[in-house]
Design a protein around this ligand. Structure first.
Ligand code: LFR
Length: 491
């Protein structure tokens, strides 16, 4: 039997899973789970990366106590954010959270000097104001001294791996999300770096998923009483790992990785870089084994997570299942929002923002947590239908159904409403998609699985999928008409 540990760091929580592969059956056991709480200092929002590193060490300790030394370790996390390493090898400053204000207005400034079409033709990456390229451009503008004294920038999983192994390396899937990596040239785009006056020397060498990436450093082995353990680069962007774990039987499948964000798209062999893809703000994130993820970011369950925090501050404590139950009791299709309105990106009082949105668009203003949750979930399901249609158009494919993976599939009402909205079955599972995809790449790298096709078959057999058949399509179809009208009137 083979074992490996996957660390999967999400925007609100992190986890360590021990994976076992035994005669073609994979199983996972959670060995450590922790919250990932962004820290606001004055008006700036940071990630607490030292706490995350501490939790990773706790995960290693608890894994050792329960199961001994694992065969290997891989780390994945959310994308775009990074730490700067100084000449002395130290982390220079606590990384900013991608929802921090430091990039406000920066993307627009960059696009004035380099046209969007040019950036897209080099990178194939969607325009999100928090992409690493704009974070680095913000540093160039506001804190040039920091940038000048840095010797490397390391994406979050690379930073954690650096702390554990001492190796300063990058990884392809996460490198592409920076919007500074050129997948055609297979290197950091020197022209973009130069035009933005960014030192190209700070970009790390880029490994592909499934390469050996160092070993646990002696000091940590000693501190934790561990043996020597190899690290592999996995698909270090969590969405990339989640897509590795999609238990699809066919090559041309559609997926929705459902968590804080909803990432919807299809896997392609070549980036789709024509104007229409750019106009619809689709992306081509690098994946494992020569694949790309043609996909779109949808704001996702973040809006509900933030709403829950707002209610909590008012002393109203609801679990997610309670909110979903209340949503089911509320009236259908009373109020809709575009979940991707800029309004919903920064942290804050989402219920109040939804109410403002409703008033501004002359819709009934939802009042209760049940009404607000219903509005969020229905609007997400309708947005999924729209983006699925765009994915079909851009890829020239037609999908029989939709694979949903990630923690969001525990919300079965959302899975059912998604099936209703798209009028096709939803195949849900696995919920721990990112961690399972992370483990699969480690097992492939170690020669214990033959490749991605076998990995997906093993994942399907080991974890299964739950099928949600579409229902009440005509009612949802009518609601979709109203949703499209709302979005076109909003411009
Ligand atoms: C999902 C995700 C998305 C990325 C966003 C910010 O966890 O990685 O793919 O766009 O977080 O990094």
């Amino acid at each position: 039997m083979s074992t490996a540990i996957a660390f999967d760091l999400g925007a609100s929580s992190g986890r360590a899973l021990l994976g076992r592969l035994d005669h073609g059956v994979m199983s996972v056991e959670e060995i450590h789970r922790f919250s990932n709480d962004p820290v606001r200092v004055s008006n700036r929002l940071h990630w607490d990366v030292l706490r995350l590193f501490h939790e990773i060490k706790q995960g290693l300790l608890s894994g050792k106590q329960k199961f001994g030394t694992p065969g290997s370790i891989g780390i994945d996390s959310w994308a775009v954010d990074f730490g700067l390493i100084g000449q002395d090898g130290e982390l220079q400053r606590n990384p900013y959270h991608y929802r921090d204000i430091h990039t406000d207005g920066i993307m627009e400034e960059v696009l004035e000097s380099i046209p969007a079409a040019e950036i897209f033709s080099k990178t194939g990456i969607q325009f999100l104001p928090f992409n690493t390229i704009y974070q680095l451009a913000a540093l160039r503008k506001y804190q040039p001294e920091l940038l000048n004294s840095a010797s490397r920038f390391l994406m979050i999983p690379d930073l954690m791996r650096y702390f554990l192994t001492g190796e300063q390396l990058g990884e392809f899937s996460n490198a592409t999300t920076t919007q500074l990596y050129n997948p055609i040239q297979a290197q950091w785009d020197q022209d973009l770096l130069q035009r933005l006056n960014l030192p190209s020397g700070i970009c790390p060498p880029v490994l592909h998923p499934g390469e050996e990436a160092g070993r646990l450093r002696a000091s940590i082995r000693e501190e934790l009483g561990l043996d020597d353990i190899p690290f592999y680069t996995v698909t270090e962007h969590d969405t990339g790992s989640a897509v590795v774990a999609v238990p699809a039987l066919e090559r041309d499948f559609a997926y929705l990785s459902c968590g804080t964000w909803s990432l919807m798209g299809t896997e392609v062999e070549q980036p789709v870089m024509h104007d229409q893809a750019r106009e619809l703000n689709f992306t081509n994130e690098g994946g494992a084994y020569g694949t790309f993820r043609l996909l779109k970011n949808i704001m996702g369950l973040w809006i509900l997570q933030e709403s829950r925090r707002s209610w909590e501050k008012k002393g109203l404590l609801y679990s997610f299942p309670e909110l979903v139950n209340m949503a089911e009791e509320a009236a259908a299709f009373r109020t809709l929002i575009d979940p991707d309105d800029d309004l919903f990106l920064p942290p804050g009082d989402m219920p109040a923002r939804i109410q403002d949105y409703a008033a501004k668009t002359s819709q009934p203003v939802p009042q209760t947590p049940g009404e607000i949750t219903r509005c969020i979930l229905e609007s997400l399901a309708l947005k999924y239908r729209m983006v699925l249609g765009h994915t079909e158009m851009l890829s020239g494919r037609s999908f029989r159904g939709l694979h949903m993976v990630g923690g969001g599939i525990q919300n079965e009402v959302l899975c059912q409403w998604t099936a209703n909205a798209i009028g096709k079955p939803v195949w849900a599972g696995p919920a721990e998609g990112s961690a399972i995809g992370n483990l699969a790449v480690q097992f492939i790298a170690r020669g214990e699985l033959s490749g991605i096709t076998e990995a997906r078959q093993v994942i399907r057999q080991s974890f299964g999928v739950k099928v949600f058949e579409p229902d009440m399509y005509s009612i949802w179809d009518e609601a979709y008409g109203a949703f499209c009208r709302l979005l076109s009137s909003e411009g």
